[in-house]
Design a protein around this ligand. Structure first.
Ligand code: PXP
Length: 241
């Protein structure tokens, strides 16, 4: 199971003062040294955390894999084509949202998403579509033939304290459907040390993208330790699965 760390909120702290610390590039190197398999950033249209120059510097510095989350806005897609991250994850984006709230609507925006996927693939970039795990969304995404789908784990993050059986069953079914279509499965959103286990144990899921809870935990134990703790929880869940 690959663990990709989303370092957006390191940049959020920097942007709170519009200064030069903490530097997400240094944070990425620390995460990699602590066992991250990749670094994820979301270049939002409003540039509320990660900036264009961060993405360019990360392209130079990241030694594992750089996963760029992006909307389908022309400006952002053009930056992705220029920077060429190892992986690009298409996400829906609304300016007023606090974080990415749902998954892509791959039916309604099929033509635009297909066009962007084609452009990214032409540049040799591995592609992923961030979707909610309900059957309709999964089927619509698979028809667009991305390299991977990233399943939105928000429902699980909401419901796990009450058992979350239905949310987990939905995720499991989505994994199976994607796997049978020959499309890789990633997952993420709202995952914490306490709820990551059952998601890490999902069959066919090969990558987790985790951000907010790791950066939050880093305030108390440091970034490297926060990454190691998450890595350990994931590995333990895989062994007992
Ligand atoms: N995956 C995607 C596609 C996301 O948009 C986000 C949030 O930026 C994450 C994973 C990480 O979510 P969290 O910060 O809640 O761990």
């Amino acid at each position: 199971m690959r663990l990709y760390i989303n370092i957006d909120h390191v940049a959020t702290i920097r942007e709170a003062r519009r200064t030069d610390e903490p530097d997400p590039i240094a944070a990425a190197a620390l995460c990699e040294a602590a066992g991250a398999d990749g670094i994820t950033v979301h270049l939002r249209e409003d540039r509320r955390h990660i900036q264009d120059n961060d993405v360019r510097r990360l392209r130079q510095s990241v030694r594992t894999a750089l996963n760029l989350e992006l909307s389908q806005s022309e400006e952002i897609v053009a930056i992705a084509e220029e920077v060429r991250p190892d992986q690009a994850t298409l996400v829906p984006e609304r300016r007023e949202e606090i974080t990415t709230e749902g998954g892509l609507d791959c039916r309604r925006h099929a033509d635009r998403i297909a066009a962007v996927l084609h452009r990214l693939k032409t540049k040799g970039i591995r592609t992923s579509l961030f979707i909610t795990p309900d059957a309709e969304s999964v089927v619509a995404a698979l028809e667009l033939r991305p390299d991977a789908v990233e399943l939105h784990t928000g429902r699980w993050a909401h419901e796990w304290r009450g058992g979350g059986a239905a949310a987990l069953a939905e995720l499991r079914e989505a994994c199976e459907r994607a796997h049978q279509a020959g499309v890789a499965v990633h997952a993420g959103h709202g995952l914490t040390r306490d709820n990551v286990g059952p998601v890490a144990a999902l069959p066919h899921c090969e990558e987790l993208n985790i951000g907010h809870s790791i950066v939050s935990r880093a305030v108390f134990v440091g970034l490297a330790e926060a990454v190691r703790e998450m890595r350990e929880r994931i590995d333990r869940a895989r062994v007992t699965a």
